[in-house]
Design a protein. Structure first.
Length: 304
């Protein structure tokens, strides 16, 4: 709005009026605003609108970053973020505990300077997948059996993944590195492997046969493990693991053994059954001892 003694120009942010600039001419003469003066006010209003919009955007960005920071800080896994130059910009408390440094000691440094990871099988340094993610923009995980040497002197087994931080224009602005301590899980895994190895050795050396079965309803059984009671059948090419019991031993569902399997699965009370004949073996003289396992499966020992 403009008159000989008054100019008003709105200040807009994204097309919405948020204020205005008003200029009054208080002179006593009848001199109108000069042309140049009339152009200055709209230009000034436009600039103020852009400045206010920038301030608003910066405030929104700051609030968004704070929300993200609170979210990442509350995650139970370790979280580390970097910029596009692999410089650490954030680390939550879990990451600080595992790496053994406070956040202020990590921010501003390259990831490779603060994280010492290695292959647990070889002891050789392992690559942190920051470079790959920055180049490809794809999510990636660490190799299995990766260890972390903490600055606190401890060594952790870790599982890790890295994902890109992408700007609105599609460019990668940095990465988010998420990792967790799986030391106890790895110990349990090693114990299971050792236990399975001892179990396999025991089974191979034992006389007689073995059936380990799983079932979800107590009516249909599947072979989880199998050892033939007859030594001459070890090389017969039989691969029953994972198959339904009735499909491996034809006619077994009509025997006392099958009824005993169902009964033990339901009651948990061990049974002793003299074997009937069924396809694949001449079973006279066999005795089956059937037990319910704590896992819910059923094991059948076969002796002659």
């Amino acid at each position: 709005m403009k008159s000989e003694r008054f100019i008003r120009e709105p200040i807009r942010i994204r097309g919405k009026e948020v204020g205005s600039i008003s200029v009054f001419y208080r002179g006593e003469g009848e001199i109108a605003f000069l042309y140049e003066e009339g152009q200055i006010v709209p230009s000034l209003a436009e600039r103020l609108g852009k400045i206010l919009q920038r301030i608003e955007s910066m405030r929104a960005l700051s609030e968004s970053e704070e929300r993200h920071r609170v979210t990442l800080s509350s995650i139970g896994d370790a979280v580390l973020s970097t910029d596009e130059f692999k410089i650490v910009t954030f680390a939550n408390d879990v990451a600080c505990d595992l790496i053994g440094l406070n956040e202020d000691k990590m921010v501003g440094k390259r990831v490779g300077e603060i994280m010492d990871i290695f292959g647990e099988d070889t002891g050789e340094p392992a690559e942190i997948p920051v470079e790959f993610v920055l180049k490809t923009g794809k999510k990636v995980g660490l190799a299995n059996h990766t260890g972390l040497r903490s600055k606190n002197g401890k060594i952790y087994s870790i599982a890790d993944s890295a994902a890109p931080i992408t700007r609105e224009d599609g460019e990668t602005a940095g990465i988010i590195l998420i990792f967790r301590d799986i030391t106890e899980d790895r110990k349990k895994e090693d114990q299971i492997i050792q236990s399975e190895a001892r179990y396999r050795e025991l089974i191979e050396k034992m006389d007689g046969g073995l059936l380990i079965l799983t079932s979800v309803d107590g009516e249909t059984f599947f072979l989880k493990d199998f050892k033939s009671p007859s030594s001459e059948r070890k090389e017969d090419g039989l691969k029953p693991i994972g198959r339904e019991l009735k499909g491996v031993f034809q006619g077994i569902e009509k025997t006392r053994l099958y009824e005993a399997l169902k009964k033990v699965w339901e009651t948990g009370i061990p049974e002793k059954v003299e074997a009937d004949k069924y396809h694949m073996e001449e079973s006279e003289g066999w005795t089956n001892y059937i037990y319910r396992l704590p896992s819910g499966g059923v094991v059948c020992f076969v002796t002659t």
